[in-house]
Design a protein around this ligand. Sequence first.
Ligand code: AFP
Length: 323
Amino acid sequence: MKRLNTQLQEDGCPLELILLIRTLLAACKEISFRVSQGALAGVLGSTLSDNVQGERQKKLDVISNQILKDILSESGYVKAISSEEEDHVIGCNPDGKYLISFDPLDGSSNTDINSLIGTIFSVMHAPQWMEPDDPSAFLQPGTQQVAAGYVLYGPSTMLAMTTGRGTHLYTLDKTHGGFLLTRNNVQVPKETQEFAINTSNQRHWEPCMQEYVADLLAGDQGPRGKNYNMRWVAAMVGDIHRVLCRGGIFAYPWDNREPNKPGKLRLMYEANPMAFLMEQAGGGASTGRGRILEVMPTDIHQRVPVLLGSADEVEACVSYYKD
Ligand code: AFP
């Protein structure tokens, strides 16, 4: 089986980026270990503080964030870090070549039920002009990502990653600590009969989304002419992994629970990396009104609506936004 290093070299990845990725994965291996210890590690449950999004942090959120921050800021490859768990950008090496954004532990509410969680990351070039703690340098569209992916802490620990030459899946071999290529150049099936959306928010969606999901639920009696099944992991990383592996559509559309927030998921460290992975696997990635990767960010914690998955299904969903 091919090792991660070999695949990255074959994909023409520059040495410094390979070294950055290896450093990031060293942190993820430690997170994987902590996660697998579960209650034994005494890390489950809530802390008393809220994060910048106003959400209650889990201890594992805090621990994972700290592990990633420590390893990456000491590596020398990174100029600045932006994290879901940090209000502000963290300046690192002024000569570092890369900016990295991450959600240290996506789906953290799943930690207490021993269910899927993961680390999502996105890497861009650091502009030479920027001061390391300057957030404006991060405000580049997702098309500028040079690497993106996630590490899924499930029954096995898996890495999905792209450096712009296809999306590959790797599995952590815990006997020697290396990630081995287990699916090369993943292709998301163009069509699907599976969707993932939190239907408890249905009454809050825009009419176009209500209509789209109503048509899915109408099954072979409705305009789509086929029956659909539904899945919801409640961790984007788990839902996107399923979609990458066997197709489907994952949607977290805008809703009017908090009308000033343009969606729930974050552009820089959730939507953009998943959109890059999805497009590199032949899938679609839209906000409903445009390509996710072309959204021009205005804030490092910006939110965005997402429709990700099988190309034909994403296109079908987007067509409802045009009516
Ligand atoms: P947490 O990391 O705070 O658990 O949030 C996970 C998430 O942002 C995303 O991974 C899920 O797709 C989504 O929330 C689940 O949202 P619901 O709470 O609406 O099920």
